[in-house]
Ligand binder design. Structure first.
Ligand SMILES: Cc1cc2nc3c(=O)[nH]c(=O)nc-3n(C[C@H](O)[C@H](O)[C@H](O)COP(=O)(O)O)c2cc1C
Length: 186
């Protein structure tokens, strides 16, 4: 890190967190995450994102169990190189789950969502929270009962499933990553 400022510090020290303490995320903090999300750029300023916020432990467990009980889940976990034995919840017992969805026929839903997500991740880091994207939650998109529970309309698709919470330990190490430049034209 050649330049030192709080934004760069957050960018460099944000890591996916998979271990959370049992402490709820205050409403005020959740609102800040949502406000940070909607400040992201979006194609033609469409702001296509919609949020389902779940902080009820039982409901998070319910959603987890639905995904984990869907066929071939364990195969996919092993395929992804994760040790099944280590995972009893794809949401890692995080106290807060935020699901983003938007109209499935909108071409830039993915791009706009991704920008909102990183805003939330960095805002979370700046507020002492950990976060992680949970791609393994994707099958929820096809789960009519779960979608209903999450308030997701029929013409929407889930574009991101995210967890947040206070990390068991703060990660300070910055992994070495080198940009792969395939060509430099001067
Ligand atoms: C689209 C996407 C899906 C992901 N899905 C999962 C997931 O299901 N479970 C998980 O533990 N981590 C998941 N991750 C986190 C990545 O594993 C993580 O970002 C990557 O290993 C780099 O680590 P870092 O975020 O600490 O820099 C996902 C990340 C992205 C961007």
């Amino acid at each position: 890190m050649k330049f030192k400022n709080p934004v760069l510090k957050c960018i460099y020290t944000r890591r996916s967190v998979r271990n959370y303490i049992d402490k709820p995320v205050p409403k005020l903090v959740i609102n800040e995450l949502l406000n940070a999300a909607v400040m992201a750029p979006s194609a033609m300023n469409t702001q296509p994102w919609n949020f389902s916020i779940i902080s009820d432990k039982m409901k998070i467990k319910w959603l987890n169990d639905r995904v984990m009980n869907m066929g071939r889940f364990s195969d996919r976990l092993v395929g992804a190189g994760l040790k099944l034995a280590k995972i009893n919840s794809i949401f890692y017992n995080a106290p807060l789950l935020i699901i983003i969805s938007g109209k499935s026929n909108y071409s830039y839903l993915k791009e706009d969502t991704n920008l909102a997500v990183e805003n939330m991740f960095l805002a979370a880091k700046s507020l002492g929270l950990g976060s992680c994207w949970i791609g393994f939650g994707k099958p929820l998109n096809n789960d009519i009962e779960a979608r209903k529970e999450l308030g997701i309309p029929n013409d929407f698709e889930i574009s991101a499933i995210l967890i947040f919470g206070y990390p068991v330990k703060e990660i300070k190490e910055i992994p070495k990553r080198t940009p792969k430049i395939i060509k430099l034209i001067k």
